[in-house]
Design a protein around this ligand. Sequence first.
Ligand code: SF4
Ligand code: SF4
Length: 169
Amino acid sequence: MLPQNEFLCARCARQGKTCCQGREIYITPGDAQRIFRHTGLTGFYEYKPPSDPAYADQSDDPVWAQHVFHSDGSRRILMRMPSGDCMFLSGTGCVLPLDTRPLICRLYPFTYTASGIDNELEKGCPQNLLADNQCLTDVLCMSLDQAYGWHHLLYEEIMSDGDDNRTDF
Ligand code: SF4
Ligand code: SF4
């Protein structure tokens, strides 16, 4: 039996794959700059086409399709460890402070397009671990107001992405 007072993400980690494992995390040019300024690291991202070809179909979000993907089909993603875990994942979670974390990580599990944040949440969080009266976003300490701000910044930075803004450090 898992302890009920343990933070959901820690309980999720015990269940197997979390949102920081086995995923390709797109970062904006702004994310890359913030991570570089905070860590001093270079070489923490690469340009690759999606491993899952279905991900390339972003027909519900033309802004994403037009700017995130470069003309060769690649996009800027964080490097991962051989296990498939994100390189910034530690035994106690993400090593990046919230204001440096990639915007799509900050927004997870909200779903969205350039038009706004949708009503549905991503299915990846183990909602079955919540008590009956618990709301996922409350448990994750996520506020919709904060998410609106991150969503706005995400698309502002996505609009600046593309072949002409291929960061390289
Ligand atoms: S945000 Fe959701 S999927 Fe990610 S670690 Fe927390 S509970 Fe798991
Ligand atoms: S940057 Fe942090 S939050 Fe995002 S996938 Fe990596 S470890 Fe998880």
